[in-house]
Every structure is written in structure tokens, then in C-alpha cells.
Design a protein around this ligand. Structure first.
Ligand code: ATR
Length: 298
């Protein structure tokens, strides 16, 4: 009876959930976003679950920001254990949750949701995912390093707290619209290593690490940054990933950077933190990276 009522509610408000039935005997989790068809999260979580013999049903549903509250109510009633959210739901997810981890609170955005005593909780595992990927892959040392972060949207906001926790010498935020970078930096008033630069800034020496957190790679453009930011020793990291090298990484290589990495590893590491949050099992990420690397190329 309750299920029928829920299904009617979902049909009216969240079309993607209308015909969905969770499998009995499986732990049910999902990812929500719009668009969502491209999401690799179901594959990543399934590979994690296989490692420990967890019977997991991990689905993806197309949900728009205005539908998120209703979708979460339906999912909770259907016994869903945990929900990932991606673009464009991260800010709305934070707003809807009763409780946020410090990372989600500081970012003003969440990518991982669960319930505790029927109350919606949220966290942001993007920052730890990025830091874990950079450190586990030995792509970049962070403590004492000079980091340039490009972008000041939700993606940049989500990783600043975790990057600050690694004690860089400086973390410079540069955005096409400088006022947005100012707003992000102002959220961390005690962090003196956190600074703003504008697109016209020239730098006295190249950075150790330049991270692209803009969505420029989605439309095959490159954010405007003075080439003085990049040298042969600069590690270039694009939080975006796709088939083949991103435009940002190609641009970095053309300026002489020899070390370039895209965001596939971050995607897997942030999923691992969410998986642990929900199931209290720590997955092995390197085999999943290999599995996805192969499937992305092949
Ligand atoms: P997200 O949640 O993915 O960060 P967002 O909040 O829309 O999405 O932010 C997108 C970011 O990418 C912004 O920093 C945006 O710059 P503006 O604030 O100036 O809009 C940046 N961005 C997108 N396309 C860009 C481009 N072609 N060049 C430079 N920055 C770009």
C-alpha cells in the first residue's frame, strides 16, 4: 500500500523513479543527476561491491534540482541506503540535508547522502577523492607546494577544504569571473595561504600543480591563464575526464608540462570514500582504475 502511494507520488513528480523496483535481498544505492546516462558511478560501485561480496544494487536516475526533495523522500521510503548526486544537484543536496559534514558545509555543496534516524545527512567526498588520487598515484606532493586552482564554481568549492588540509605553501584560486573566486576565498578567512589571482596575472615562477576545476573541458575550451603559470616541472591535473586527453591537458603539454592527469582517478577515489561511508568497507581502488581505464579506451 505504502509502495503504491509512493509510486503514484513518484510518477507525478519524479518520472525516472516511477517504474523502479528495488531487488529484494540487495543493498540499494543510486546516483542522481541531469544528465546521468554517462555516469560511471554504477560500474565503480559494482566493482567495489564485488571485492567484498556485497550484494549491491546501484542505479542511476535522471533527476532535476526541483525534483530532488521528492526523489529523496521516495528513495528513502524504498529502503535506499545511500545516494550520490552530481551536476546540477550538489548545492540543492546540501540545502535539503539536515546535517552536513564540515567538508560539505564549507563547500556549500554535497555529493554523498545517507540517512541517520530518518534524517538526511550529507557529505562532500570530492575533495578527499582529489587529494587521495594525487597522493596515491604519487602524481603530486601537496604539503608545502604551490597550487593554482582554476575555477570558482561548485567543483572548485568542493575541493578547497581538502586541499587546505594538506598544508600547501599557497593555494591560488583563479576564475574567469574574479568576484566568484573572491567569494570562495572569503569562506576561509583564517587561511592565509589561500589567495586570489585574476586571468591577467603573470606569475614570477611556475606552480608545482595546476588543477582545472572549470567546466571548460566540457566544451573543449581552455580557461584563460597566463602561460607563466606552467613550466616543465608543473603537474597539470584536469578534474574533468573523457576519452583521450582533455583540451586543458593538451594546452599544458604544449606549454612544456610533462606530467598530466585527468579526473578519472578522482572519480574513483571519491566513490571509495562514499562507499566506505555507507557500507563501512574500504574498497581497493587501483584495480578499479585499471578496469575503467581499459573500458574508457576500449
Ligand atoms: P561546477 O559545479 O561544475 O563547478 P559551475 O558552478 O557552473 O559548475 O562553475 C563552472 C566553472 O567553470 C566556473 O568557474 C566558470 O567560470 P565563471 O565563474 O566565470 O562562469 C568556469 N568556466 C566554464 N567555462 C569556462 C571557460 N570556457 N573558460 C574559463 N572558465 C570557464
Amino acid at each position: 500500500m505504502l509502495r503504491d502511494t509512493l509510486r503514484l507520488m513518484a510518477l507525478a513528480t519524479v518520472p525516472a523513479l516511477a517504474s523502479f523496483k528495488p531487488l529484494s535481498g540487495a543493498t540499494f544505492c543510486c546516483v542522481l543527476g541531469s544528465p546521468i546516462a554517462h555516469s560511471k558511478s554504477p560500474l565503480i560501485h559494482r566493482l567495489f561491491a564485488e571485492q567484498s561480496g556485497l550484494r549491491l544494487q546501484y542505479e542511476r536516475f535522471e533527476v532535476k534540482p526541483a525534483e530532488l526533495g521528492q526523489a529523496l523522500a521516495v528513495l528513502h521510503a524504498l529502503g535506499c541506503l545511500g545516494v550520490n548526486v552530481t551536476i546540477p544537484l550538489k548545492e540543492e543536496a546540501r540545502r535539503l540535508a539536515t546535517h552536513a559534514t564540515p567538508q560539505a558545509e564549507l563547500a556549500g555543496a554535497a555529493n554523498t547522502l545517507w540517512w541517520a534516524r530518518a534524517r538526511l545527512q550529507c557529505g562532500n567526498t570530492d575533495g578527499l577523492g582529489l587529494v587521495n588520487d594525487l597522493l596515491i598515484s604519487r602524481f603530486a606532493a601537496l604539503e608545502g607546494s604551490r597550487i593554482l586552482l582554476l575555477g570558482a564554481g561548485g567543483a572548485a568549492a568542493g575541493v578547497i577544504p581538502a586541499l587546505l588540509e594538506t598544508h600547501p605553501q599557497e593555494l591560488v584560486v583563479l576564475n574567469r569571473t574574479p568576484a566568484r573566486a573572491q567569494i570562495l576565498v572569503a569562506r576561509h578567512p583564517t587561511k592565509r595561504c589561500l589567495k586570489v589571482a585574476v586571468p591577467e596575472t603573470t606569475f614570477v615562477r611556475p606552480f608545482d600543480l595546476v588543477i582545472n576545476a572549470t567546466s571548460s573541458s566540457l566544451n573543449a575550451t581552455v580557461p584563460v591563464v597566463d602561460p607563466s603559470a606552467i613550466g616543465s616541472q608543473t603537474a597539470c591535473y584536469d578534474m574533468f575526464y573523457g576519452v583521450g586527453e582533455t583540451t586543458f591537458l593538451r594546452w599544458g603539454r604544449a606549454l612544456g608540462a610533462t606530467r598530466c592527469r585527468d579526473g578519472l582517478g578522482m572519480l574513483i577515489e571519491q566513490a571509495a570514500v562514499a562507499f566506505y561511508q555507507w557500507h563501512k568497507r574500504k574498497p581497493e581502488t587501483p584495480p578499479v582504475f585499471l578496469a575503467l581505464g581499459r573500458s574508457l579506451i576500449g
